[in-house]
Structures are given as structure tokens and as C-alpha cells.
Write a protein that binds this ligand. Structure first.
Ligand code: ADP
Length: 382
């Protein structure tokens, strides 16, 4: 009797357990079909994206590629399924970029790449910038989703523009030199023969305008040299206080209406530098101080040693620069609409690049209506 009771009890227990299991199964099936639906929707989103998308496992095996990716590379998903995307490499992308990428995504962080140059199935190159998102499941990273952005056309257009600019600047250099020589010889003759002042004035104007064009051409050539990585400067040990002295003497000849004052500049300060390039930076800061401040105002040049560096500053009492624009003026071609008199917006960009190549920094502090102080630092050498 006791056995029968316990048997019945056990049976009802099994029945209860069966019901719970059935319920659980039902729930799981529901969840699974939900997941399938979700999966389908996700697949639809990915495949309709105009950006190429590639999904890989953490080992780098391709598990998904959308039609946009197939279009840009020329491969079908079936051809590349399970492969490592390294077969796309052109060897023109720096290895450091890939190292940074793996370091970041393996930590579970999103990575945004610089320009990556890959090879299509037909051997042609294409350029992308991509965002890689690690996807986690139960706390572990399972997949990497790579959303790419095709920048081939943009880059090609940029390169064409650079080549065009550089070729035009080169072509202009010779005729401008000839015009400059002719103008100066005519000017000399006009002065010797005491021509009327109108004629002399006109020739002087042509001479000044030619100088202006020469400066713009040189800026364009420098910009192109900087961007193509061509030999731009040679460093040697120089006494920077001498470079400063000579540069200020030069600007005094050109800008007779302003007063230049060298204040507290220490002597015998040695740095590793290209003296011609540092002179270029200083001349640019000084001529900006002249351009953007009224005549007869003082322009102060000073030097200060701080933390194994020399900090050279040019202070003017000009119109100043609004705070919101102060970081923008070092960008290529940037000019403040209100106060650009002469120039092309390249001077500060080139100066920033020169100082960067000397392992220094350049910055500005300024107040509208009061004036600006442009400073740059250079590491000292023994
Ligand atoms: P550019 O002088 O040829 O326009 P720069 O790159 O040298 O080009 O300067 C960029 C812009 O920064 C200038 O157009 C001007 O608006 C502003 N700027 C530069 N120096 C000064 C200064 N000392 N005072 C006021 N504005 C300045």
C-alpha cells in the first residue's frame, strides 16, 4: 500500500515535470522563432546597406559579406566564406594600423581606421575607411562587424587636385621670375633717368604684386611638398637666437611702418633645426603681425626657456582673433573673412607643419581688439 502511494506520488511528479518541460520548450521555440525573425531583419538591413559590410569571427574568418561588399571587391560571399580577409591586402597600408586595430577590437572597443588600401579581385586598388564593432554574446566577443566607407573617388580627386596645384605653381615660377627681373631693371632705369613719379609708382606697384604672387606660389609648392612627403628640410645644430636676430633684420627692411622690438631674448640657444624653415615660420608670424595690426604699432619678439625648450613669441597690438576661430587658423586655406588682407590661408598651416617636424608646438592667445601672441616651442639640444 505504501508502495502504491509513493508510486502515484512519483507519477504525478513526473507529470508535473513534463508539463513544465513542455512549457519551457514552447517558450524556447517562441524565442527561437523570434530570434530567427530578428536575424532575418538584421540580414535584410545589412544586405540593403549601401556601405560594404563584412562580418568575421574573432579568428578573422569571414561569416558574412553584404552585396555592397561583393560589388566593391568583385568577390562573391561564397568565394570568401571562412577565409581571412588578409587576401585583400595591398601591402600599402601601414602594418601599425592593423596592430592598433587588433589591440582595440580585442579589448571590445570600436575601432575607426585611417585610410586602408585594398585590392579587388581584378587586381585594382580601392580605398576604404572602416568602423569595426565587436559583437558580444554572453559577455564574450563573438564577431567583428566591419562597416566600410568607400573613399576611392574622394582620394583620387584630392590627389588630382594636389598634382594640378603643384604643376601649376611650378609652371608659374619661371615667368614670374622673368617678370620680376624685367620690372626691377625698368624700375632702376626709371629712377636713374628721373622719370615722373607716376611711372615709378606704377612700376613699384607691379614689383610688389609680383612679390605677392611669388609668396603664394612658394606656399603652394611647400604645401605640395609637405603632402607628398618630399624632402622638406634638413636639421642641424643651430643657435636659434642668431636666426631670430637675422630674421628680424630682414622684416625691418620690408615693413618700415611697424616697430619691431626684440625683448629678453637669451643668447646662445642651441636647437636641432633647419634655420631656413624656422626663419620662414618667424617671417610668417611677423608679416601676419604687420598685416593684421595698424601701422606704427609695436611688434614684440621674445624668447623664454621652459622645460628644456625655447618658446619664441611674436606679440602684436592688432585686431585679434575670436576665441572660437583660434584653433581653425592653423588649418589649410583657412582665413578669417573679416580681416584677410593678403594671402592664401597657407602660412600658419605650413608653420604648424614645420614646427611639428621639429618636435615643437605652435599656438596662439588672442583677444579681439587687443592683439595676439603667436608662440612656438623648440626642444633644446646640447
Ligand atoms: P594668410 O595670412 O595668408 O591669410 P595665415 O595662415 O598666415 O594665412 O593666417 C590665417 C588667418 O589667420 C589669416 O587669414 C587671419 O585671418 C588670421 N591671422 C593670422 N595672424 C593673425 C594676427 N596676427 N592677427 C589677427 N589675425 C591673424
Amino acid at each position: 500500500m505504501k508502495d502504491l502511494v509513493s508510486f502515484l506520488q512519483d507519477k504525478s511528479q513526473v507529470k508535473r515535470e513534463n508539463v513544465t518541460l513542455e512549457k519551457k520548450l514552447e517558450q524556447l521555440t517562441l524565442e527561437l522563432s523570434g530570434l530567427e525573425e530578428e536575424n532575418k531583419t538584421l540580414q535584410q538591413i545589412l544586405s540593403s546597406s549601401s556601405d560594404p559590410i563584412l562580418v568575421t569571427t574573432t579568428e578573422g574568418e569571414i561569416t558574412y559579406a553584404n552585396p555592397a561588399w561583393e560589388k566593391i571587391t568583385g568577390y562573391t560571399f561564397e568565394e570568401v566564406k571562412g577565409k581571412n580577409p588578409r587576401f585583400l591586402k595591398s601591402n600599402k597600408t601601414p602594418a601599425l594600423m592593423y596592430r592598433k586595430m587588433w589591440k582595440t577590437i580585442l579589448k571590445g572597443k570600436t575601432f575607426t581606421s585611417d585610410e586602408v588600401i585594398n585590392k579587388k579581385k581584378n587586381g585594382y586598388e580601392y580605398r576604404i575607411r572602416s568602423h569595426i564593432y565587436p559583437v558580444r554574446k554572453n559577455g564574450n566577443i563573438n564577431y567583428f562587424v566591419q562597416q566600410q566607407h568607400d573613399i576611392t573617388a574622394v582620394k583620387e580627386r584630392e590627389e588630382l587636385q594636389k598634382e594640378f596645384l603643384s604643376a601649376t605653381a611650378h609652371e608659374l615660377k619661371t615667368p614670374i621670375t622673368v617678370l620680376k627681373l624685367l620690372t626691377q631693371s625698368h624700375l632702376q632705369k626709371a629712377k636713374n633717368k628721373s622719370y615722373d613719379s607716376i611711372k615709378i609708382g606704377e612700376l613699384e606697384l607691379v614689383d610688389r604684386e609680383l612679390d605677392r604672387i611669388t609668396l603664394i606660389i612658394n606656399d603652394l609648392l611647400d604645401t605640395s611638398r609637405l603632402e607628398t612627403g618630399k624632402q622638406f628640410m634638413t636639421l642641424k645644430r643651430v643657435d636659434i637666437s642668431e636666426v631670430v636676430k637675422q630674421t628680424v633684420e630682414k622684416i625691418r627692411i620690408y615693413a618700415k611702418n611697424h616697430e619691431f622690438l626684440v625683448q629678453n631674448f637669451p643668447s646662445q640657444i642651441f636647437v636641432q633645426a633647419d634655420p631656413a624653415r624656422i626663419e620662414q615660420v618667424l617671417l610668417n608670424l611677423l608679416s601676419n603681425a604687420v598685416k593684421y595690426s595698424p601701422p606704427e604699432r609695436e611688434i614684440l619678439i621674445s624668447g623664454e626657456i621652459a622645460k628644456n625648450q625655447i618658446i619664441i613669441s611674436v606679440k602684436d597690438e592688432g585686431m585679434g582673433i575670436p576665441r572660437t576661430k583660434q584653433s581653425l587658423i592653423f588649418d589649410k586655406y583657412y582665413q578669417l573673412k573679416t580681416n584677410s588682407k593678403v594671402g592664401f590661408g597657407l602660412g600658419l598651416y605650413i608653420s604648424k607643419e614645420i614646427i611639428k617636424r621639429h618636435k615643437g608646438k605652435i599656438w596662439v592667445t588672442s583677444k579681439v581688439g587687443k592683439g595676439s601672441i603667436f608662440s612656438f616651442s623648440l626642444p633644446l639640444t646640447i
